[in-house]
Design a protein around this ligand. Structure first.
Ligand SMILES: Cc1cc2nc3c(=O)[nH]c(=O)nc-3n(C[C@H](O)[C@H](O)[C@H](O)COP(=O)(O)OP(=O)(O)OC[C@H]3O[C@@H](n4cnc5c(N)ncnc54)[C@H](O)[C@@H]3O)c2cc1C
Length: 316
């Protein structure tokens, strides 16, 4: 009797060039960064322990039709060149293998994108944050991933590299095409994420889960606002666990842009965000809960930004 294993081989790479060569030669290989999503996925797909026989006939799709071919893993976790976090002029460049804990505590991230620092600090637990990477959070493409709304309001650009195609730069919304789907080719590695930093933004990040920690978000809202006097000169709003892929919520932004801030406009923005979620996703089992809660969270996040500008009181 032969015992099948979900992992055929693990190749530990020593440089990005070496990693790209491995991916070019092994088209089915999966990059392994922190492994906090990938190892869970492989285990779930096999329905049992990582080493041994697949437990039962059912795969992750519940129908026994899951791909049970053993995976080749490319371990990129030890590549120092992918862990750098640096400010480059007005841009913030974060290596794909920067640990979520490093993003949460980085002074550069705190200065340029505190929303992202807060998002990173919300992920899982200390143990998960110490292993998980920002690149893994993006490439896993969960609609509830904590970093995605924060990256969306900062107009993040994802830098992909492959041996055959060189470098490709895609906006986050272009890279992540749907739940757990990206348009990255199998031979491409995400090497870095670039964020627009810049001063003068008022920021808010709000996350709702069933508990305070170790829980996947039920809803996330990230808002950036810039004011000229009391007028909203610029605004960016995004939400997580609300849309199939990361995006800015333009109807909500339009409710605020170019007008003096008011609580009524904040409420209108919240309602517009919730309507947009229903327009994009349709009515689902969770809509009765999520529609009013998303409206309230967006309204609060907008008011929190205004309060930081001295235009509202927070908390009431
Ligand atoms: C107990 C627990 C709690 C969690 N809580 C949260 C939470 O609160 N919020 C949250 O957002 N997530 C949470 N997660 C999910 C997970 O920790 C994050 O998504 C994490 O950031 C994934 O990073 P990683 O480095 O572990 O990715 P991996 O598991 O190594 O990889 C994930 C996917 O991305 C691919 N990949 C990784 N790096 C690259 C790269 N550079 N280029 C191309 N492809 C790549 C892999 O092949 C794989 O498909 C939790 C997970 C666990 C187990």
């Amino acid at each position: 009797m032969s015992i099948r294993m979900p992992i055929a081989e693990v190749y530990r790479t020593s440089s990005v060039d070496d990693a790209l060569a491995f991916l070019a030669e092994h088209p089915g290989a999966r990059p392994l960064a922190g492994g906090t999503d990938l190892l869970v996925e492989l285990r779930t797909r096999w329905g049992g322990p990582l080493v041994g026989k697949p437990g039962g006939a059912q795969g992750a799709d519940g129908g026994g039709g899951a791909d049970l071919s053993p995976a080749s893993l490319l371990d990129i976790s030890g590549l120092p060149e992918l862990r750098d976090i640096r400010a480059d002029g007005r841009k913030l460049v974060i290596g794909a293998c920067a640990r979520v804990a490093e993003v949460a505590s980085s002074p550069q991230v705190a200065a340029a994108a505190p929303t992202l620092a807060q998002a990173a600090g919300s992920v899982g637990s200390v143990q998960i944050r110490n292993r998980a990477t920002l690149g893994g959070n993006i490439m896993n493409a969960s609609p509830a991933a904590d970093s995605l709304p924060a990256l969306a309001v900062h107009e993040a650009v994802c830098v992909l590299r492959s041996q055959r195609g060189g470098e490709r730069r895609l906006r986050l919304g272009e890279l992540v095409t749907g739940p757990y789907c990206t348009c990255a080719r199998p031979d491409e590695l995400l090497v870095a994420v670039e964020l627009e930093g810049g001063s003068g933004w008022r920021q808010s990040y709000m996350r709702l889960g069933r508990r305070q920690a170790m829980t996947i978000a039920r809803l996330i809202v990230a808002v950036l606002m810039r004011f000229e006097g009391s007028t909203v000169a610029d605004v960016r709003i995004s939400a997580g666990a609300a849309f199939p892929s990361p995006r800015r919520i333009e109807p909500a932004e339009r409710a605020l842009l170019g007008a003096p801030f008011s609580r009524a406009a904040a409420r209108e923005a919240g309602e517009a965000a919730a309507e947009e979620m229903v327009r994009v996703c349709g009515i689902r089992w969770s809509t009765r809960y999520k529609q009013p809660v998303l409206a309230a969270l967006v309204e609060r996040a907008v008011r929190q930004c205004a309060a930081k500008e001295g235009l509202d009181e927070w908390p009431e």
